[in-house]
Every structure is written in C-alpha cells, then in structure tokens.
Design a protein around this ligand. Structure first.
Ligand SMILES: [Zn+2]
Length: 320
C-alpha cells in the first residue's frame, strides 16, 4: 500500500511544528466520485503556486459529509493524482477521522456564547426566511437566536454572526466582502443529522494543517467570508486566498459529477495537464500534450505565471 494510507490523528501533531513563514498549500477534493477537469485545474493551480515558491503542498480528503462519499473514490483520487505526477507532503488528512477536533471547536464556540442550538426544521426556515443567502438557499432568519422556543430541542448548532463586513483581498478576484448576518445569516456548524458542517471542518483543518495559502476554485469564493469569520471566532490565523476560475459547461454550470463531467483520462495524463495549464492562461506549447507527464511538469515549473491566470470566476469550456 502506498504511503498515503490512512494515519491515525495521533501521528499528525508533528505537522503543527512549522514556521508561520512557510508556504503551505493544499488540495482538498471530496471523494464523491473520480477527479474531473475542474478538480484538475484546482490541483494544478494550487500545486504550481506552492512548488514555484518552495512551498509544501498537502492533500486533504474532504469526506466530512459522509452520506455523499462514494466507496473507493478517495483511493481512486489519490491514484489519479499519482499518475498525474503530483507529489504531496505528509500523510493525507481525512476529515472523517477528525470528529473530535470539530467537536472541540464547536465546544469552544459554545463556551464563548458564539454557537447556539437551533430547533428549526427546513420547512420552518423556508416559511419564515425573508431573504436569500449569497450562494443559494435562504438566510437563516434568527428564530432560535435568543433561545429555543418552549418545548423544542436543538437539532442543529449555528454560529452567531454579526453584520460587520468580513472582507479580504483575493489574489485573483480582488476585494471580496460580505456582511454575514444579511448575506448568509447564522450558519450551521453541526447539522441536524449530527455531522459537522463543511465550513467548520475546513476552517479547523486549515488551521490544524497550518495552511498559509489557499488556492482553490471560485465556486468556493462565497464560502470564504464564513471561514474567515469562523477563524476570528476561534482565534485562528487567516491564510491568503486565490480563487481560480471555475470550468463550466456552455450552460454556465460548474463541471461536476452532477453536470456529468467525465472523469480525467489517466491514459492521456500529459494531455489533460496541458489542457488544465491552458485553461489557467499558461502559454503551454501544444506539442507538450504528446510529451511525458514529467516533461509537462518540468515545463510548468519553469514557466508558471500566476499573473497569466484569468481573473474571471468562471470560464466555459467545450466538453472533451
Ligand atoms: Zn432555529
């Protein structure tokens, strides 16, 4: 078995002993299916940004939403990354092994009065919400903020947010600001089904892995202010962010399993890498598509230009 096999958390704390000046990036796929072109773009962008700055590059398996995980997908993803020539530092971190860390963070927020129990059902929120949230859905109307209604029990736990602007300077998308209370509302930290929410898990793991640079797809741009808000509540440092353009189909839908994007073809890995580099604005010679994976990476490390990455958050690509 390759060295990316699972390690218990007890072997991981040594990862925390690093200088804050070290570049530490990460790629964090969800094992809901094989990697597709959109994930490759995020992997290539984060990898080259890290490696060309002498940085470390970690892989985290974002399998916190366990009902969505597909059996075997995590190993398939890691196998694909190896075939594509990615080399990651340290053991892969699995969110499904991190329940206790997320529980500790929630307990810290509860002690600080920043997390509260919410009894609302989905239907109750739909019936009482007055405004949409930035990334679809409805902003939580605050029903349980001042305490649970009589006779009701907490189903989920939410973060108590305020309406100060949370802003950051994205390295690609410029200044991004949100008012969490009006744009999102008090958001879920622990779901009614007992699972920890993605926003909490990512925030806790980026801190645990001492990630200094987050380079990922712009589909997560609207989530970043929530994660920064959580970092402030938990006393964590805020990394730098760069949100890469997201590949969409002609209808403007992000390439994903849901939009039937095809899995990456491992038998033409060099050509797939060249396509991702081209998507990221790199002046990659098309002849490299017939070169070896190692040759593509040698070219990419030598010629990588962050400045050449398109600034728009989404770019339509022909389905290939
Ligand atoms: Zn509620």
């Amino acid at each position: 078995m390759a060295w990316y096999s699972r390690e218990p958390d007890s072997l991981l704390p040594s990862l925390k002993i690093v200088s804050i000046n070290v570049y530490r990036g990460r790629f964090a796929p969800s094992p809901t299916g094989p990697l597709h072109f959109g994930s490759l773009v995020a992997a290539v962008g984060s990898y080259l940004d890290a490696r060309t700055q002498g940085g470390e590059w970690l892989v985290r398996m974002e399998d916190v939403d366990t009902p969505r995980n597909v059996a075997g997908a995590a190993d398939t993803i890691l196998n694909t990354l190896e075939i594509f020539g990615f080399e990651w530092d340290g053991p892969v971190l699995y969110q499904s092994d991190r329940f206790e860390a997320y529980a500790a963070a929630l307990a810290q927020l509860q002690r600080a009065g920043l997390a509260y129990g919410c009894a609302c059902s989905r239907k109750e929120i739909a019936d009482s919400a007055t405004r949409p949230a930035v990334d679809g859905g409805l902003a939580y109307p605050g029903t349980c903020r001042a305490g649970l209604p009589a006779g009701r029990a907490a189903r989920a736990w939410r973060l108590r947010v305020n309406d100060d602007e949370v802003a950051f300077a994205d390295r690609l998308q410029g200044r991004i600001g949100q008012h969490l209370e009006s744009d999102v509302g008090d958001f879920v930290l622990r779901r009614a089904d007992g699972l920890f929410a993605y926003q909490l898990a990512v925030t806790v793991d980026d801190d645990f892995q001492r990630i200094s640079q987050v380079v990922r797809g712009a589909d997560l741009l609207a989530s970043t202010p929530r994660q920064i808000g959580l970092q402030r509540c938990l006393g964590f440092a805020t990394p730098a962010y760069a949100h890469l353009p997201v590949a969409t189909n002609a209808a403007g839908e992000k390439l994903s399993k849901q939009t039937l994007a095809r899995a990456l073809a491992t038998d033409i890995a060099a050509a797939e890498l060249v396509r991702a580099l081209d998507f990221l604005g790199q002046a990659v010679p098309v002849a490299l598509a017939r070169a070896t994976v190692a040759e593509v990476w040698a070219w990419a490390r030598e010629n990588w230009s962050f400045a050449a990455i398109p600034r728009q958050p989404a770019i339509s690509v022909p389905l290939a």
